[in-house]
Design a protein around this ligand. Structure first.
Ligand code: GAL
Length: 821
């Protein structure tokens, strides 16, 4: 009988089932053990919020009548009305700031009594103060840094606890751009065993990297908060992207009572998959702390295996390959969502930049959210992580200089400890256009800051974004401590930099500051404008506060996009450049006064719609075929129109108007576009790019008739019903044949039913005073945007759009079943 079972098919199935069961039991066990390790809970839901001074709000129990209930990340500034009178001024986005209070009640389970419990804030703008059950935990002035407090001594178990957070953004102006106000990044509750890995306590480096093998070094800082010496085991496992184990190390250590200990583990991996900007391969290291087989703590460290260096003559090398840095600077806001962080909004931004061919981001001018760095790791961007916009000498009255003395060291260290495991980060910047570069106070501060960086990480060069390119006048440079010289603007001097600063490594840390409004065009397109022409000098701007989207206008300290890129492209010693900026951002509305309230610098507008110059970069930085012609084709009859084309992978482009050829053109020398001067007649403009006589691409632009209907285009057809996911819906006003009406400004009303809610509207117009938090928006140059967020209900979303005099439209977005299960 026994033999029968063993040998039969049934027997095989039986054993397979046994195996599956024991594997499942193992899995279960593993799950239970993980629950025994570190517990990290999202702490974003159900906060109470109230604007204004409420000193009683820190107390244990207060009357919450009149308080709103909301989830963080939250930015109260973006909910406000625009006004020139707000102390933030148009430079700060012309939105309200002030003081706000947040409170949240919560319970902790009794079995956490043996644990150390912390609350961690990824970022609160600004001057936050935190209380637990009426006890003061501390203050954090800097609005861009992550921090945590220990709650252990103050917690009540199986009873209600109250966290109160005061956010004071009332001292204004405190920034040169829009900051937002509130708990605008994620919050977590963390419960750890008394023996645990310290806060930001791991550090991984890759001291040797080749295609055949790599050496990985991991340092783990342990803490024993018990009063007895403990023998523990530290086990680290390197997992590949699919979660398969590829190496592990175990070590037994003794850790004294109330002590800390740093343990190093080294690994060798054969045939590592290298991280680069095209294939950003990610490993991870899971570290477990065990005592007699019981899991005490566990922590995951990201790992990307790559090797890079800057070279004084040749630029930048990644994994041995010469790589030009094609970067953009980004501020932290997400347009209509304000400063409130949402990973889906960040992902959309980075995807647009990736499609353009950008391979690098400079985090201007402060540390970004942790999610941003998770995405740059995952999507393959080289990052310059930047600590400060000012040191002791301020740029506006209430900025970081007011807290410099007490906080710079803690804040700089927090950035380094938090961020140093991200493979995407390849440069630390200690500051942007720092005033101390102009006098000898720059010498000692630079040295001190760089010493701090090097005490925490020696694997990345330290830079600073400088403006003074005359060596004798630049004291940050004279400190002799910088590894990489970043220069902002003044591209005419880039060629001479190696003569002025022999044997140094260079990058254009910021450049261009071109000005544009999407879809607006001033002719003649070759009339180069500096707006303003000089400091405080008047100029004739456009009455509607737009700036031409031909690449012809810049701030007086900047250049056109083509001018700087042509220079950087041909100079080998320039490792690359960071364009100011990838996206328009709130605040800094140069060149116009109010009602302009957001910037004109972006390659992409505030709503996320590319301006034409996006395609210039795409034709240069992305290998895909590009042919982009502009402007639109709705003009007064017989007007002379400049038609531009950006193209690549072709040797000529032929342009046709209503079937008649207007001639074939090719880029000459270092040209980055071609253009035709055309007498306008309505109809069809067609361009064909050809290589060796063969058509590469064909592009058509048609004159639009009157606005007739609404077209809706969601950026995804399925969403995750998790209360967090975002859908960005592009709204086009089109004629009866579906052609975009390029000047349409119809007001569109939105209604959402089902599993979503409207969380923002925009149209990219820099001088619009319409609210971002509304269910309607006027189109600007034919387009607007509505952002829908899952409301947590398990229902499809239906968006209905209506506008007086136009045919209505609706669209449905389904739930992504796969992601849900
Ligand atoms: C730079 C500065 C940026 C931004 C830019 C505007 O000098 O570093 O933060 O202000 O000018 O052109």
């Amino acid at each position: 009988m026994k033999r029968l079972i063993k040998n039969s098919r049934i027997g095989k199935v039986f054993f397979a089932l046994m195996l599956i069961c024991s594997f499942a039991a193992c899995k279960k066990q593993e799950k239970r053990e993980i629950a025994e390790g570190r517990i990290v809970q999202n702490f974003n839901k159900d906060w109470n919020f109230q604007l204004g001074k409420h000193s009683e709000a820190k107390d244990d129990s207060i009357d919450l009548t009149g308080w709103r209930t909301l989830d963080v990340p939250h930015d109260w500034s973006i909910e406000g009305e625009f006004s020139e009178e707000h102390p933030t001024k148009p430079e700060g986005g012309a939105l309200p700031a002030g003081i706000g209070w947040y409170r949240k009640s919560f319970e902790v389970p009794a079995d956490w009594k043996e644990r150390d419990i912390f609350i961690s804030f990824d970022g609160v703008y600004r001057n936050s103060e935190v209380w637990i059950n009426g006890e003061y935990l501390g203050k954090r002035p800097f609005g861009y840094i992550s921090f945590q407090y220990e709650l252990t001594p103050y917690l009540k178990f199986e009873a209600s606890n109250v966290i109160a957070v005061k956010v004071d953004n009332s001292a204004q102006p405190n920034s040169r751009w829009y900051t937002g106000s509130g708990i605008y990044r994620n919050v977590h509750l963390i419960a750890k065993s008394k023996i645990h890995i310290d806060h930001w306590g791991t550090f991984t480096t890759t001291p040797f990297v080749s295609e055949d093998s790599a050496k990985i070094n991991l340092k783990v800082k342990l803490k024993n908060r018990r009063d007895t010496l403990k023998n523990i085991q530290i086990k680290s496992v390197i997992l590949d992207h699919a979660g398969q184990k590829i190496a592990d190390k175990e070590r037994n250590v003794e850790i004294s009572a109330e002590d800390s200990l740093e343990v190093t583990q080294e690994f060798n991996i054969s045939n590592p998959k290298l991280w680069d900007t095209e294939n950003p391969y990610l490993y991870s290291i899971n570290t477990s702390i065990l005592q007699n087989g019981k899991l005490l703590d566990n922590y995951k460290t990201p790992l990307g295996i790559r090797e890079f260096y800057f070279d004084a003559e040749k630029g930048f090398f990644l994994n041995g390959e010469l790589t030009k840095i094609h970067g953009v600077c980004l501020h932290h806001d997400n347009g209509a969502l304000g400063a409130a962080i949402n990973i889906h909004a960040l992902e959309r931004k980075l995807k647009l930049l990736k499609d353009m061919g950008a391979n690098a981001i400079r985090m201007a001018h402060n540390p970004p959210s942790p999610e941003m760095l998770e995405l740059t790791d995952k999507m393959g961007f080289i990052v310059q992580d930047e600590a400060f916009d000012v040191w002791k000498k301020g740029k506006v009255k209430e900025d970081y200089q007011t807290t410099w003395d007490d906080w710079y060291e803690k804040d700089l260290k927090a950035m380094l400890y938090r961020d140093r495991n991200h493979p995407s980060i390849m440069m630390w910047s200690i500051g942007n256009e720092i005033r101390e570069q102009f006098d000898s106070t720059g010498l000692s501060i630079t040295k001190e800051l760089i010493d701090i960086v090097k005490s925490i990480d020696t694997t990345r060069p330290v830079t600073s974004a400088l403006t003074e390119n005359i060596p004798e006048k630049n004291f940050i440079w004279q400190s002799g401590a910088l590894d990489l010289l970043g220069f902002n603007y003044k591209h005419e001097a880039y060629e001479d930099l190696p003569n002025r600063f022999p044997n140094q490594k260079f990058i254009s840390s910021e450049s261009i500051s071109g000005l544009m409004s999407r879809g607006s065009y001033d002719m003649p397109s070759n009339e180069r404008r500096n707006w303003p022409p000089a400091h405080n000098e008047e100029f004739d701007g456009n009455e509607d506060y737009t700036v031409s989207a031909y690449d012809q206008v810049s701030a007086y300290w900047g250049s056109t996009h083509e001018e700087t890129w042509k220079t950087v492209k041909k100079l080998d010693h320039m490792a690359g450049m960071f364009v100011w900026t990838g996206f328009d951002y709130l605040g800094e509305p140069i060149p116009y006064p109010y009602p302009a309230r957001s910037s004109y610098f972006g390659i992409i507008d505030l709503a996320g719609f590319p301006k034409d110059v996006y395609y210039m970069y795409k034709s240069e930085w992305n290998k895909e075929d590009v042919l982009h012609i502009f402007p639109h084709w709705n003009w007064e009859k017989e007007k002379t129109i400049d038609v531009w084309a950006y193209y690549n992978n072709a040797d000529q482009v032929e342009l046709f108007l209503n079937g008649k050829s207007l001639g074939t053109k090719s880029k000459k020398a270092d040209d980055l576009h071609i253009s035709w001067r055309v007498e306008y007649e309505p109809g069809t403009l067609k361009a064909i790019s050809r290589k060796n006589g063969k058509t590469v691409l064909e592009k058509i632009i048609k004159s639009a008739g009157d606005p007739f209907k609404i077209k809706l285009e969601p950026n995804k057809s399925e969403f995750i019903a998790d209360g967090d996911d975002l859908i960005f819906v592009t709204v086009d006003i089109v004629d009866k044949d579906g052609v975009l009406a390029p000047r349409a400004e119809n007001l569109v009303n939105f209604e959402v039913i089902g599993g979503g809610k409207i969380v923002g509207v925009d149209n990219g117009y820099q001088a619009s005073l319409e609210s971002f938090k509304a269910n309607k928006r006027k189109a600007f140059n034919g387009k607007c945007l509505v952002i829908i967020q899952s409301n947590g209900k398990n229902e499809p979303i239906k968006l209905q759009a209506n506008s007086e005099g136009l045919e209505s439209e609706s669209v449905s977005i389904q739930i992504n079943k796969k992601a849900k299960s």
